[in-house]
Ligand binder design. Structure first.
Ligand code: PTJ
Length: 260
């Protein structure tokens, strides 16, 4: 990985970029994944690079849905494998979900490399490699190839960092879709049942924390969290917070004072 000086003002952000670049060099992050990350970074700037309160609401609903699910599945692509592989495995353990590799730009080589990483982080089973023999109807991208034991049968699917097409296709199959997407305007964000508008880097650890807490709730309590959740309201709140933040910033632009 390229050496990033620790005192760089954007050290953390640069480290995650490096992880993706390294993932691309290692052959499991799609080159398009680098563009997708750039788009995400832009929306992260707009929300202030922190987890907003409405996103916490979405995370609680997401954990409730995962804990109530009969066959929950966490879908993994190249970007998420580079950014939060340990957290994927830990969250899957906490909510008893299967892990499935599902790629938009699918090659068997990339799928196998991603599975290997997840196994290195302690995954017990990774679906969607040799067993991606079923297809999702109406989906024409490589994402249509799924495991009959995983996404095909799942009732709840967590899709961090997605393209919108599959979210719609999964919804048409009657599945509950949870998306993590920094862009509240994307097709994914608008098609999912529950959209977490946050960076996966912050959202995944927070979801693990919530899963640990919420495991003690009974089914009725979890169901009530889910029943009271309204995705359209949460998306509207996020957009409003962006508007408020930008309005405030525009009335008080602070240029950097740089002394030669
Ligand atoms: O690994 P593959 O082959 O499955 O391909 C993965 C990518 C990401 C290339 C593919 O799914 C794709 O093209 O996605 P899109 O359509 O570019 O959508 C990605 C979405 O994720 C965009 O709305 C971004 O704003 C958002 N995003 C990017 N980085 C993050 C993010 N959301 C949360 N956290 C991030 N770090």
């Amino acid at each position: 990985m390229h050496e990033i000086p620790k005192n760089h003002p954007r050290y953390k952000s640069l480290i995650f970029r490096e992880k993706l670049v390294q993932g691309f060099r290692d052959g499991y992050v799609a080159i398009q994944g680098l563009i997708a990350h750039g788009r995400g970074e832009c929306f992260d700037y707009l929300i202030g690079e922190k987890t907003l309160e409405p996103a916490i609401k979405s995370m609680k609903a997401a954990i409730a849905a995962l804990l109530l699910a009969e066959k929950p599945v966490i879908s993994v692509n190249g970007n998420i494998a580079a950014l939060t592989p340990a957290e994927i495995v830990e969250l899957a353990d906490e909510v008893n979900a299967a892990i499935e590799v599902n790629l938009f730009y699918r090659t068997e080589d990339r799928a196998e490399k991603i599975a290997k990483i997840l196994y290195e982080y302690g995954a017990k089973e990774v679906l969607g490699i040799k067993d991606a023999t079923a297809t999702i109807p109406e989906l024409h991208s490589e994402r249509r190839r799924v495991s009959p034991k995983g996404i095909l049968k799942a009732d709840v699917v967590l899709v961090p960092l997605e393209d919108g097409d599959r979210t719609e296709a999964l919804r048409k199959l009657g599945k509950t879709v949870i998306a993590i997407d920094l862009n509240p305007l994307s097709r994914t964000a608008r098609a999912a049942n529950i959209t977490i508008v946050d960076n996966v880097i912050r959202a995944m650890p927070k979801m693990i924390e919530l899963a640990k807490e919420m495991k003690s709730l009974n089914k009725n309590e979890l169901q009530s969290i889910l029943n009271n959740y309204r995705n359209e309201e949460v998306l509207a709140e996020i957009i409003n917070q962006i508007i408020l933040r930008l309005t405030k910033l525009s009335s008080n632009v602070k240029t950097l004072v740089i002394n030669p």
